[in-house]
Design a protein around this ligand. Structure first.
Ligand SMILES: [Zn+2]
Length: 552
């Protein structure tokens, strides 16, 4: 049907938009409750009918923004969490666990000024020094291929005062699926070969023969270039998606480090390669603030009957700061925040103590949660269950006992008490395996405590939002977020009310790994969690209490 364009339609459209915006979320027409538990029914009602996830998200992602560990923005976020909990009558505090290098992100203005004018899409890496809000204008040089580190050292004087390009030139900025759909088999093969060659040529730790690593930003190579007097370092870490790059960190303290989009990095690289002598002008406002206190925000609803036993909600609060940290891990944060609000409303006097950890320093190696597990042996000892969420905005679809067979029995019972429509989304893997690291449940699971990851549907997390310049409010799937807060509140309630405490016998990992090895290999693209089969229980790693540089 064609849309007839008449003078009335904009009003109709406006009315339609207003109606949709005001519409209440009715995701599942007929919820089916397996029990008559009135608390479960009320959790559903509050979580679905008077959800606050949109409001909380707009404050967190639009007003507060990214939350890099050590940044004043993260501290502002911590303070907002405490205030928000206080407004709901929930005790919360910021708990210092150490210090981390502080840094304030200001603006990044990056222009190509020769041989033509173009404002470039890019930004400072996290913790980059700025240019003192002054223009810094220089020409570019591509890091050459060196035979060995001696040759690199001899070359270094050529880089003095220059902007050094330290990433390869991508032969295409189109994602692979576009090539899969449109390319002839011959050009697809050719492109795959070219891309693989660029990756090989510029890989860590021997970036082009210097012997140094860029780590996840500029690493030890950046420091060496800074010592040689380069003006700035230009990087690019494109993802396999349109317009997305990863933005991490530098340890340079004088020479700024910037990340450019795949397209604009390619432009500057090609102009340099073709002797067009491109000139860039940077005007960057970034301020290194030295070691500063860093905090976890912890909120508590005290248990009435068993105050020394704990049900813990968990999600890291810090983020990388190339955008707003909306799906990593803003959505986990909002899930836990909203779950606590629901619990305080419908279950204000829990049997066991319910607490939530909004961790800092996760992106630096789960530092905040490791520190908490070390500083609170009482919580570790009395932990009934910890629920962690940290893989994006999607619906929770995977759970396991994280290597504890008795936990699997308890979880199976809890899942049996939540509405079928929510339960049926979740693939429950039984006892499963202990967390392998990569998020905060590991900090508890490594001690053998019952800590569970709530695995979400990806929504192209890996290619588009994870650690990128595109992790913003608009990527949030609010229907899924409401569903997740509701499920999490139900699980916390059921874990709190459970008549018995989970016991901590571990699965026989050697036997389990042998069975897994005999099974057919997982389908390509299966979640990493299914591929990692440890044969020994993972060891805990002490939390660094001050900045621990990652240079390699
Ligand atoms: Zn994360």
């Amino acid at each position: 049907m064609r849309i007839s364009i008449d003078p009335v339609w904009p009003w109709r459209l406006a009315l339609l938009i207003a109606t949709l915006a005001g519409a209440r979320w009715t995701p599942l027409a007929a919820q089916t409750f397996p029990t008559d538990d009135p608390v479960i029914k009320r959790i559903w009602a509050i979580g679905v009918d008077s959800s606050q996830v949109e409001h909380l998200s707009s404050v967190l992602f639009d007003s507060i923004g990214p939350r890099l560990t050590g940044s004043p923005d993260l501290k502002r976020g911590n303070d907002w969490l405490v205030k928000t909990y206080a407004s709901w009558g929930i005790d919360a505090k910021n708990e210092q666990y150490g210090t981390w290098r502080g840094w304030r992100r200001g603006y990044s203005h990056i222009d190509l000024v020769e041989p033509r004018i173009r404002s470039l899409e890019g930004t400072m890496l996290g913790y980059s020094p700025g240019t003192g809000k002054r223009d810094l204008t220089a020409q570019t040089v591509i890091l050459p291929r060196f035979a060995d580190s001696g040759e690199f050292v001899k070359w270094l004087p050529n880089a003095k005062g220059k902007f050094v390009l330290v990433a390869g030139l991508q032969p295409t900025c189109r994602p692979t699926d576009d090539w899969d759909q449109n390319a002839t088999p011959e050009s697809k093969l050719r492109m795959d070969t070219l891309r693989a060659a660029v990756q090989r040529e510029w890989r860590n730790p021997d970036v082009r023969g210097t012997g140094y690593s860029l780590a996840i930003g500029t690493g030890e190579l950046g420091i060496r270039l800074e010592q040689a007097g380069v003006a700035a370092i230009i990087t690019s870490r494109p993802k396999n998606g349109w317009g997305t790059i990863e933005i991490f960190e530098t340890y340079d303290t004088r020479a700024p480090a910037i990340a450019l989009s795949c397209e604009d990095y390619g432009l500057v690289y090609r102009l340099t390669e073709h002797d067009q002598h491109p000139t860039l002008r940077l005007n960057l406002d970034g301020e290194l603030l030295g070691e500063r206190p860093v905090f976890n925000t912890v909120a508590t609803i005290k248990g009435v009957e068993k105050p020394d036993e704990y049900v813990m909600l968990s999600a890291h609060f810090d983020s990388w700061d190339g955008s707003s940290g909306a799906t990593d891990n803003g959505t986990g944060t909002v899930t836990m925040l909203e779950a606590m609000r629901i619990l305080k409303t419908v279950y204000p006097h829990p049997k066991r103590t319910i607490l939530v950890g909004h961790w800092s320093g996760e992106e630096e190696g789960e530092v905040g949660s490791k520190a908490f597990s070390e500083d609170h042996p009482d919580v570790l000892r009395g932990l009934q269950a910890l629920f962690n969420q940290d893989n994006g905005t999607g619906r929770i679809v995977r759970m396991s006992g994280a290597g504890l067979p008795n936990a699997a029995e308890h979880i199976a019972q809890w899942l049996g008490k939540i509405p079928f429509e929510l339960r049926n989304q979740i693939t429950f893997a039984g006892p499963g395996f202990p967390a392998g690291g990569g998020s905060d449940d590991f900090s508890f699971s490594c001690h053998g405590a019952p800590a569970f990851g709530l695995g979400a549907l990806p929504w192209d997390y890996g290619n588009y939002t994870w650690h990128t310049n595109r992790d913003t409010y608009d990527k949030i799937v609010f229907d899924d977020l409401r569903s997740n807060a509701t499920v999490t509140a139900m699980l916390a309630y059921l874990a709190s009310e459970d008549p018995t405490l989970i016991t901590r016998e571990r699965i026989d990992l050697v036997a389990a790994a042998a069975i897994a090895a005999a099974a057919p290999p997982p389908a390509p693209g299966a979640p990493a969690a299914y591929r990692r089969i440890p044969t020994t229980w993972p060891d805990c790693v002490p939390a660094p209490r001050t900045t621990s540089p990652r240079l390699k």
